[in-house]
Ligand binder design. Structure first.
Ligand code: NAI
Length: 251
């Protein structure tokens, strides 16, 4: 049985991911800044916006990890600096630290977003940021190249996709670890806030085959579980849309 660490385990997509992975027999350790309301095999309370908090959390995480699902995230209404830390820099740092406890065949899955779709438009910037590698160097790069509040959510999801490909390729060559991303469209979870009402949850429930429809967390979690599993052993550096047809509709 696999030992899997899930961040953002206390709500939304993360909580569903915990449920699916446990139902399939994994031992799941949750990591979140909130208190868990669900059954877990272990839990570490940590604020993923600080490098020191991640380093501290590492002391409580298992010595051997088979998969890491990076699901924690804050919405675009969060201040740009916090968003950069939680949705990108901390995720990178945690992944690098957990990778030290992984063997060949292990898997890392990052939750990106449909909003990262246009990463090619700023590819050079995202590659340069990806290559900073350390938390500190990433912060220094961002101080030199500030990201506006208006675009920060998209920017860091784009950056996450590029890092997943670039670093994922290297991690696979160096250690046989597979790193991939899942890119949801809108998903009905607390992160949407009032936006959920505009999307029409009731209407989606009534018309589940509508293309471009928003999703529910239990429709995204199985894709994360799949990429964590050995069934995905030939998938490396991919960004898998799980978006009810949103991305396809861009063509
Ligand atoms: P959510 O708000 O239900 O859950 C996010 C979880 O992350 C919460 O449990 C929260 O406590 C945790 N978290 C936030 N900041 C943290 C920090 N500093 N330290 C530790 N834990 C922290 O949101 P949801 O929808 O489940 O989001 C999960 C991921 O999916 C995020 O990365 C989000 O950007 C992404 N996503 C969500 C979409 C949506 O429409 N819901 C669409 C596309 C991507």
């Amino acid at each position: 049985d696999k030992t899997i660490v899930v961040t953002g385990a206390c709500s939304g997509i993360g909580a569903e991911t915990v449920r699916v992975l446990r139902a399939r027999g994994a031992r799941v350790i949750g990591l979140d800044r909130s208190d868990p309301m669900l059954t877990l095999d272990g839990f570490v309370k940590a604020d993923l916006s600080e490098q020191a908090a991640i380093d501290h959390a590492m002391k409580q995480l298992p010595a051997q990890v088979d998969a890491l699902a990076n699901v924690a995230g804050v919405p675009g209404t969060a201040p740009a600096e916090l968003l950069g830390r939680v949705n990108y820099l901390s995720l990178r740092h945690l992944s690098e630290r957990v990778a030290e406890r992984m063997s060949a065949g292990a898997s890392i899955v990052n939750v990106s977003s449909i909003l990262g779709h246009f990463y090619m438009q700023r590819l050079d910037q995202h590659k340069a940021l990806a290559d900073t590698r350390s938390f500190e160097a990433g912060l220094a790069w961002l101080a030199r190249n500030p990201v506006s509040q208006a675009t920060c959510y998209e920017f860091f999801k784009e950056a996450l996709i590029v890092w997943t490909m670039r670093r994922g390729h290297a991690l696979f060559l160096e250690q046989g670890i597979r790193m991939n991303a899942v890119a949801p469209g809108p998903v009905f979870t607390p992160i949407l806030g009032e936006f959920a009402t505009q999307l029409g949850e009731a209407r989606v429930q009534a018309d589940a085959s509508r293309v471009k429809r928003p999703s529910f967390a239990d429709e995204v979690a199985p894709a994360i579980a799949f990429l964590c599993s050995d069934d995905a052993r030939a998938i490396v550096g991919a960004n898998l849309p799980v978006d009810g047809g949103f991305e396809a509709s861009y063509l």
